[in-house]
Design a binder for this molecule. Structure first.
Ligand SMILES: Cc1cc2nc3c(=O)[nH]c(=O)nc-3n(C[C@H](O)[C@H](O)[C@H](O)COP(=O)(O)OP(=O)(O)OC[C@H]3O[C@@H](n4cnc5c(N)ncnc54)[C@H](O)[C@@H]3O)c2cc1C
Length: 141
């Protein structure tokens, strides 16, 4: 029996990992708390009514439907037991042989102040574009 690779997150990272394993002798289980992949770069188009939300969200199962060694589970991951190689999810434990964590990133307030929540949208706090935070210049002291 082929080993099971559990990939957490159906964003760019998780999908890329799952697709890269399409010819590998493994069973891929992709999990996400949403049943769709969100194309984040076009979020602003939805915010400005240029696109409908469904135009930037695609069902994960549709993306993976031709990948024979992949399965999708709509679950929220709540914990991880590295010793037992087991994820805790809201639908019960999920065992893996190999684990790919691609759950994205978020922002959180720094101690004593919260520039990201007061001065810009949380996504902008991600160190994505050349390591810089686009809203840093607007953060209040
Ligand atoms: C408005 C906007 C514009 C952008 N423009 C660009 C651009 O032009 N160029 C560029 O390179 N990048 C751009 N980015 C950044 C890029 O979209 C992100 O870096 C990328 O989407 C991150 O992918 P990811 O797979 O790491 O994480 P995500 O896409 O965040 O995916 C993480 C997935 O994990 C799931 N997840 C998280 N926690 C759990 C859990 N506990 N249980 C189950 N599932 C969970 C989430 O539901 C999500 O589907 C932009 C981002 C935004 C918001």
């Amino acid at each position: 029996m082929n080993p099971t690779v559990v990939v957490v997150g159906a964003g760019f990272g998780g999908l890329r990992a799952a697709r890269a394993l399409r010819r590998a002798p493994v069973e891929v289980v992709l999990v996400d708390r949403h049943n769709y992949h969100l194309f984040q770069p076009l979020l602003y188009q939805v915010a400005t009514a240029g696109l409908e939300p469904e135009q930037i969200a695609r069902p994960v199962r549709a993306i993976l439907r031709r990948q024979r060694n992949a399965d999708f589970r709509l679950v929220e991951v709540t914990g991880l037991d590295l010793g037992r190689r087991e994820l805790a999810t809201d639908a019960g434990p999920l065992r893996y042989d190999y684990l790919v964590l691609a759950a994205g990133a978020g922002s959180r307030p720094t101690r004593g102040r919260s520039p990201t929540t007061t001065s810009c949208l949380p996504w902008a706090a991600r160190p994505t574009f050349s390591g810089s935070t686009p809203c840093a210049a607007t953060a209040s002291p």
